[in-house]
Design a protein around this ligand. Sequence first.
Ligand SMILES: [Ca+2]
Ligand SMILES: [Ca+2]
Length: 171
Amino acid sequence: MPDLRLRTTIAAAAVAASLVAPAALAESASDPDDVPGRLDLKRLTLGGGDQLVTVRVVTWEKVRASDLRSAGTGNRLFVYFDYREDGAWDLRARIVELSEGKLYALLAGSGSAYEPLRVRRSGTSLTFAFPADVVGGDIETLQAWAKSAYRGSGCPVVCVDRAPDAGVVTT
Ligand SMILES: [Ca+2]
Ligand SMILES: [Ca+2]
């Protein structure tokens, strides 16, 4: 049983550290301006060091926190992580507005649940971080991709995007 409180404390410290020092390594994949709506993905970046994974999702348009309200919108923004190198995701993060104007990443998968991680917004960037041990500790083999679903202005049905369109971002 993971110690949720300990993980949260570590994550908060890690996020603070990530703001003052660049990640040890970072890889990103760009995605074109290929769907209408505010969740058109532009770039996914994975950064990491020995103890920390940082994730940044960039969109073509500025996302409002209310676009990612957990209920009622039908909108979804997920980042998927594959750390067992089998091509299937082991852990995913859903970015949602849990309290007004505040976005969090909810990590779930592999039978574990974690405390919500705060997501920082800056312009069109959404950034969060978590301890590397959540993904098995070896970020060298970590792979990720992002998917969004949006219904609203420009998307009367649902606009779905994936970044990158094919393949993954790997550290
Ligand atoms: Ca896109
Ligand atoms: Ca795409």
